[in-house]
Design a protein around this ligand. Structure first.
Ligand SMILES: NC(=O)c1ccc[n+]([C@@H]2O[C@H](COP(=O)([O-])OP(=O)(O)OC[C@H]3O[C@@H](n4cnc5c(N)ncnc54)[C@H](O)[C@@H]3O)[C@@H](O)[C@H]2O)c1
Length: 288
């Protein structure tokens, strides 16, 4: 990267020094390297705050047109306005991923940009219950499985015809370390996040012949309203840290941005031979 920045001024100094100026082709190739997702369209669910927003921001910074979505119009408007202020290419629409009509509308909105979609990142997730797994009502099971597990597959089935014609398309799902280290009071959520590990592998196999890659990130505790709400219900963050330090090698909670770079990489041509992987983003734990 440093070499790239260093070499740009050579072009301007080229006529006055002995260095050979860079060709226009080299400059444009290097510009593309800095914006590896240029001309791509990304649909991201649950992207008005937290991990989804950080991913949206990074994909847009790396050149993609990003379609923001979540349940409330005012949150969508706010997120879109923030990214537009940065000069990024974004649109947004309301999409409760559990609602078929909303999913249909999200697809239609995404197609407005250039008639196709390259990346689907499924971030939206819920956990309405802290308590006994066997005490969970059928309604709770349905809600968690609808939003966390079924919606990525149902949304993808709608987007697929518009992704397969693009070339280099990919899907990223968002699981959780709760899939590997189940939290006793989050049984339904743990189960849904474990299902996503299987979903990413199944989709990867099914879509490989079409050239579409499917991967899944597996975050540890990330500093968002959701993450801290789950983990810091009874203890303050500082009380929890010594315990967590025993588990998490890097001695800190994750930031939403810690999940953004890996998703951008997975969408980029640099990851063109990576599919069916569940990638842990949790500061390393020997227990994982
Ligand atoms: N924060 C963590 O510690 C952590 C750890 C592992 C996995 N995750 C997963 O990461 C994802 C994002 O969590 P976060 O921490 O950024 O949470 P967050 O609360 O900061 O953001 C969640 C986003 O999802 C949206 N959303 C929620 N339900 C939705 C629905 N039904 N339809 C559409 N959008 C919906 C919200 O509006 C919001 O934009 C979730 O799937 C969560 O399970 C989070």
């Amino acid at each position: 990267m440093a070499a790239m920045f260093r070499s740009v001024p050579q072009v301007f100094r080229g006529s006055r020094c002995a260095l050979v100026p860079l060709s226009a082709r080299t400059i444009s190739k290097r510009a593309d390297e800095r914006r590896p997702l240029a001309d791509k369209v990304a649909v991201i669910t649950g992207s008005t705050k937290g991990i989804g927003f950080a991913i949206a921001q990074r994909l847009a910074q790396n050149g993609a047109h990003v379609v923001i979505s979540s349940r409330k119009q005012q949150n969508v408007d706010h997120a879109v306005a923030m990214l537009k202020e940065e000069g990024l290419s974004v649109t947004g629409t309301v999409c409760h991923v559990g609602k078929a009509k909303d999913r249909q509308h999200l697809v239609a909105t995404a197609l407005e940009h250039s008639g196709g979609v390259d990346f689907l990142v499924c971030v939206a997730g819920v956990n309405p219950l802290v308590g006994s797994t066997l005490g969970a009502s059928e309604q709770i099971w349905d809600k968690v499985l609808d939003v966390n597990v079924k919606s990525p597959a149902l949304l993808l089935s709608r987007l697929l015809p518009h992704m397969e014609k693009r070339g280099g398309s990919c899907v990223v799902l968002v699981s959780s370390v709760a899939a590997y280290l189940p939290v006793p009071t989050l049984g339904v959520y743990n189960t849904s996040k474990t299902a996503l590990l299987g979903l990413s592998k199944s989709l990867a196999i099914e879509l490989a012949p079409k050239g579409i890659r499917v991967n899944c990130i597996v975050p540890g505790i990330i500093k968002t309203d959701f993450g801290l709400g789950l983990g810091v219900r009874e203890k303050t963050m500082s009380n929890m840290l010594p315990d967590l330090n025993k588990i998490y090698g890097l001695q800190r909670f994750g930031e939403p941005e810690d999940c953004a770079g890996i998703v951008s990489f997975l969408c980029s041509p640099d990851a063109s031979y990576i599919t069916g992987e569940n990638i842990i983003v949790a500061g390393f734990s020997p227990r994982l």
